[in-house]
Design a protein. Sequence first.
Lengths: 113, 110
Amino acid sequence: KAGVTQTPRYLIKTRGQQVTLSCSPISGHRSVSWYQQTPGQGLQFLFEYFSETQRNKGNFPGRFSGRQFSNSRSEMNVSTLELGDSALYLCASSFLGSQETQYFGPGTRLLVL
Amino acid sequence: AQSVSQHNHHVILSEAASLELGCNYSYGGTVNLFWYVQYPGQHLQLLLKYFSGDPLVKGIKGFEAEFIKSKFSFNLRKPSVQWSDTAEYFCAVNVNDMRFGAGTRLTVKP
């Protein structure tokens, strides 16, 4: 079974731009969660989607948004990028939700200049 | 607010030494508890988890963890570490969403 895939793997943007990251979960998984990982803040929960509905949202500004499609693929968008948005963005999928085992992708490393 | 604390930021051990990594959380209700590991250059992967039942849970590669409800703790242990255990270890708690600890970097010297 193929694992969680994330595209792109690396991205360089400038302040003020917007970015869209994509995540394809493991086949059959309906839950996708997004996390931001930075050296200073560690792993922080962004949001979780289940069957195209946002189920939970972390403590991030409205510039961070996401969606999930009917095939469970998910995208997250960050608008008006700030330097502090530079991070590794991880996607994780599970069958029923983040309360069970999640399978992580390799992440998208975003650098904002 | 729900939080997870990992007491050790960086642990350095020699091979065959015993390991215990501390994890405490600050939620009084029913929780699901996890330890995830990130080996160098690899994805985060599950080591072990506790949902209910026997508070001593066993995971992959000889790791185990004990849930002590009265102490709000879920410490990770391994009796004898190997060089290949060098990695970053994350404790996580799920109530409504997933909260991770800051992580503990383990370096095992051969």
